[in-house]
Ligand binder design. Structure first.
Ligand code: GRG
Length: 292
């Protein structure tokens, strides 16, 4: 099967299990149910669940038997997008090609939709832990990546360094933000698949972090040169708001050269993974060249 069909197969499965999860969540108020479904089922590339499902298969597992872990990953990612769009954070009116959650349901309900998604994710992770040590390791991987030593810390640093002049903040701070805000949550599903397959997670993590950094550099490049309709959100805001970004720090040309370097490093690290990684080789090329 070619790459595009395979990606669509994984993405289709992810859509199916997310729809099931949204239907079975049983929120006690209609606005919570509607607000959560609005963002969770708004499409998006679903790259994090796709990474999980593809790595599980590459390591010899049957991805169709694993529904809760990829749902937990996408619920946490979706909560982070809802909260990131709030006026107190990035203040974005559009997400995934539609008005942001708070533009439709109001700030207070958007905060609660995010809170609901986060707690739901941890609920299903705890259910999975009853399966034993491998599931516990996968649950721990995700909780670390999402929290104060991962995505939340990256977001905190992003806010902290925003608007500071270059020189006062630079390469080290940029790497800290990118690694934690983005790369940890790209790496986590790959590591979780290794955890569940009973394989060492170090190789998956090395690849995942490199892929996450590539993903964020291409995000910074898209913010500069992308088309907002295709990307599905407002572009050019990062520079306007004095955010520390790869393009802001190095310029477009060097940012593109860095993206090429990371793409190469992704392909190198992939060689260390013991499994059929051909899907990931093409995925790296597509992330490098992405326009959304
Ligand atoms: C609020 C704790 C908290 C964290 C927010 C996700 C995030 C952290 C901020 C969003 C802004 C941003 C550029 C984050 C970097 C990660 C990233 C590129 C997110 C967008 O992910 P995609 O491109 O989105 O996978 P889709 O819509 O395709 O799922």
């Amino acid at each position: 099967m070619n790459y595009r069909d395979k990606y669509e197969e994984y993405r289709g499965f992810a859509e199916e299990i997310l729809r099931e999860a949204a239907e079975n969540m049983g929120c006690l108020t209609p606005i919570l149910q509607e607000g959560i479904s609005y963002s969770l089922l708004a499409g998006g590339k679903r790259i994090r669940p796709v990474l999980f499902l593809a790595m599980l298969e590459a390591l010899g597992g049957d991805y169709r038997t694993e529904k809760n872990f990829p749902v937990a990953v996408e619920c946490i990612h979706t909560y982070s997008l809802i909260h990131d769009d709030l006026p107190a954070m990035d203040n974005d009116d559009f997400r995934r090609g539609k008005p942001s959650n708070h533009k439709v349901y109001g700030e207070a309900h958007a905060i609660l939709a995010g809170d609901g998604l986060l707690s739901y994710a941890f609920g299903i992770l705890i259910d999975e832990c009853a399966r034993g040590a491998r599931a516990v390791a996968a649950a721990k991987t995700l909780s670390r990546a999402a929290g104060v030593r991962g995505m939340v810390a990256g977001q905190s640093a992003d806010l902290l360094y925003s608007g500071r002049p270059l020189g006062e903040v630079g390469e080290e701070e940029l790497r800290m933000i990118h690694t934690n805000k983005t790369a940890e949550m790209i790496s986590a599903p790959l590591e979780m698949a290794a955890n569940l397959a009973g394989k060492r997670e170090a190789e998956a993590r090395e690849f995942g972090l490199a892929l996450g950094l590539l993903f964020q550099i291409t995000d910074d490049i898209l913010d500069e040169v992308g088309e907002s309709e295709t990307v599905g959100k407002t572009l050019g805001k990062d520079r306007e708001e004095g955010k520390l970004t790869c393009v802001g720090l190095y310029g477009l040309e060097r940012a593109n050269a860095l993206a090429d370097e990371y793409a190469l490093s992704c392909l190198e690290t992939l060689k260390k993974i013991d499994g059929d990684v051909s899907f990931f080789e093409e995925l790296v090329r597509r992330v490098r060249g992405r326009n959304r």
